[in-house]
Design a protein around this ligand. Structure first.
Ligand SMILES: *[C@@H]1O[C@H](CO)[C@@H](O)[C@H](O)[C@H]1NC(C)=O
Ligand SMILES: CC(=O)N[C@H]1CO[C@H](CO)[C@@H](O)[C@@H]1O
Ligand SMILES: [Zn+2]
Ligand SMILES: [Zn+2]
Length: 365
């Protein structure tokens, strides 16, 4: 059966726009058109909201990225291909795709080394000055759109982005079968790191958080152990984690998916001698860091930023094969007109992932 062809002219280009902190509007934005033969146009179906979107909404900036002009929010989207450029061979109109929302210049040292996530000229959705994906029609290089296999829904497609973040972090950590992994933070990225670590064969995955309900969820999702962090010195918290999880020598890998200073400090005390620590969460720019523990244990310490080559493909595959059940993370799906409400709910913290549908209607089902 040929996929239904969408008429671009019938699609809305309604967008959810941040003017300044806490000041958002909906407006029709000019619809993009194919500019390069390798471009595709995608009608956005679902967009997840994440911490960085909420951060722009509340603060208008993340680090040196400052919203100076009204900016369309959103970057975790899946949609339906509307139009393809003349050179596009692997996609056609009607295909359902997960959208990787940023691409590099393809020419700098980082891009040429296969690390386009570190490209300084990166064009990334909803990162000033670039508009995001909470819009009717999104233009993307075709190689940054990943066709969803049958059986993977567009809602799951919108969760490929945070899953790819987890994939990249676990790859940075080089998790091996049989290893023990402690994940600090049980928000969406922490939960997904735990799930990817399991998929990589980790035998123990310990989720740590300060919120008991998040740990309840983590237990039913991917964690083999959970630990409720206490307000005690990081070394004491780390000792308790190690004892609770049966890891007296420490964990092979510790991932911080929280960005919180006490969690980062605890990470360095929870990792074993010669182990690996990866910083995935982003919080304060500068913190007190237990550098002596890192040195004395010869810890391999790495950063992780977004995702790079192969991460989206693997994320799609982990969903398609049933190894990571991202559907469980969806707390609610709201219509486009309620986008601001979705931001409030994510900020309130009582939800895991909220998806915004549209703005174009589902023609059926
Ligand atoms: C996705 O969006 C397109 C364009 O509005 C629409 O035709 C299609 O039915 C939508 N699919 C789903 C599953 O919502
Ligand atoms: C089809 C449609 O609604 N197009 C609108 C896109 O947004 C611009 C303004 O930004 C309108 O002028 C178009 O009518
Ligand atoms: Zn995100
Ligand atoms: Zn580059």
């Amino acid at each position: 059966m040929a996929p239904p062809t969408l008429n671009k002219d019938e699609l809305k280009n309604l967008s959810f726009i941040l003017n300044k902190p806490h000041d958002v509007t909906f407006a029709e934005r000019p619809k993009p058109s194919i500019e390069d033969p390798h471009d595709v146009l995608v009608a956005v179906n679902y967009t997840g909201i994440c911490g960085s979107d909420v951060h722009y909404w509340t603060h208008g900036a993340i680090g040196h990225f400052v919203v100076r002009e009204p900016m369309v929010l959103g970057h975790e989207s899946a949609g339906t291909v509307v139009e393809t450029g003349a050179a596009v061979t692997h996609l056609r109109a009607g295909d359902r795709v997960a959208i990787e929302p940023g691409y590099g210049c393809r020419r700098c040292g980082a891009c040429r080394a296969g690390k386009y996530n570190l490209c300084e000229a990166m064009v990334f959705a909803a990162t000033p000055p670039h508009d995001g994906t909470l819009t009717g029609v999104w233009r993307s290089p075709a190689d940054f759109c990943y066709k969803l296999p049958e059986g993977v829904s567009l809602q799951e497609g919108a969760l490929v982005e945070p899953l790819a973040v987890g994939v990249h972090i676990v790859k940075q950590a080089a998790v091996q079968p049989g290893q023990s992994v402690v994940v600090m933070g049980a928000g969406p990225v922490g939960l997904l790191c735990a799930a990817v670590a399991r998929a990589y064969g980790a035998s123990k995955v310990v989720s740590v958080d300060v919120v008991p309900s998040k740990l309840d969820f983590a237990r039913g999702f991917a964690a083999t152990h959970t630990y409720l962090s206490r307000r005690v010195p990081p070394e004491d918290n780390a000792a308790a984690i190690r004892e609770h999880a049966g890891l007296p020598a420490g964990a092979d890998v510790v991932i911080d998916a929280s960005g919180a200073e006490p969690s980062i400090q605890t990470s360095l005390h929870a990792v074993r001698v010669g182990g690996t620590y990866v910083q995935g969460g982003m919080g304060k720019s500068d913190i007190d860091f237990p550098i002596m523990a890192m040195c004395l244990k010869e810890v391999t310490a790495k950063g992780s930023f977004r995702y790079g080559p192969g991460d989206y493909e693997l994320a799609v595959e982990l969903i398609a094969s049933g190894k990571v059940d991202v559907k469980k993370l969806v707390s609610a799906v709201v219509p486009f007109e309620q986008a601001e409400d979705a931001f409030k709910r994510v900020k309130g913290g009582e939800v895991i992932k909220v998806l915004i549908a549209g703005p174009n209607e589902a023609s059926s089902g």
